[in-house]
Design a protein. Sequence first.
Length: 93
Amino acid sequence: MTLIALKVDVDTYRGTREGAMRLAQLLERLSVPATFLFSLGPDHTGWALRRVFRRGFLSKVQRTSVVKHYGLRTLMYGVLLPAPDIGREAFAA
C-alpha cells in the first residue's frame, strides 16, 4: 500500500484567516489527513512583485490567476500596504 502525506503551507494573512479553515473542513469531510504549516511573521507577499521584471513572469501570472487567488490587497502587503503580522493578528483572541 502506498502512503501519501499531504502538507499545506499557509503563508499569507488572508490564507490563515480564511482559506486554511475552509480547506481543513473540506479535508475532514473527505477523511483526508493533512499537516498545516503556518508562517507567523509579517505577510510580505507583495515583495513577489519584484519578480515582474523576470522573463516569463507576466505570462505565469495570467496563466495562474494570481490576483484571483491571492487578492489584490494581499499582493500589496509589504509594498503599498503595511504588512500585517500573521501570528499576532490572525491568531489574536
